[in-house]
Design a protein around this ligand. Sequence first.
Ligand SMILES: [Zn+2]
Length: 264
Amino acid sequence: MTFAREHADASDKKTPNIMSLDVARPTAGSHPKMAEELAYKLESLVMERGWPIGQILGSEPELIEQFGVSRAVFREAVRIVEHHGAARMRRGPKGGLIVTAPDLRAVQRPTTLWLDYANVSTSDLYTVRSTLEMTCVGIVAANLTESGAAELRAVLESERSADLEGIREGASHQLHVTIARLSGNPALLLFVETLAFLTFERTHDLGFQHGEFADVSKAHSAIVEALIAGDAALAQHRMRSHLSAAMSYYQQRADVNESFVADA
Ligand SMILES: [Zn+2]
């Protein structure tokens, strides 16, 4: 279980040292390096043009000519750009490299994997979540609209009616993600949602009980109540307590599960 690694011996060689984590660097002039550089150029072009979704940047022969690369390098670059979700190649007479919208989930998954691989501790995870979510709560308390309030109430409602299956599927993270989205700051949404996913990955197999979820639901209601009242300080206080309680709970639970496994 992922969670157990947190308690692993510090000398465990399988635990990567964050300072030494780096990307592989292909040698200059090599195929992958040239393709990577071209991919960056093509992505820069998309950013400069302001993401005109559906627009053709050029046909394959045009772009090969424009950037002065071989077909092999161009195709490898397209593979990278497609993987990043910035554009895709449409074949056929009216084809070409078309600008696409990157998928938020596709961006989050590698980040979640990297953080887990880098062995981010649960307390580090919650330190960052707490900082980001305090900011979200402050913004939302000051700017909540009627439709935003309705959205928060709807999330609470679906939480209350969630069965154990729904809870195990991550129903309890929806409120955190919704508050991040209502902040209107895409950077907050990206990181809060990514960290909520990682929290979920690490905790969904801890044997969450329905009664315990009722406490979470109550804490969520209290946070929403403060947000709707526009009381930023109270909402932040409640969010901080809630996250800190959740962290202690998860850590205790992980310890119990671990000793259970060790005894078995
Ligand atoms: Zn929560």
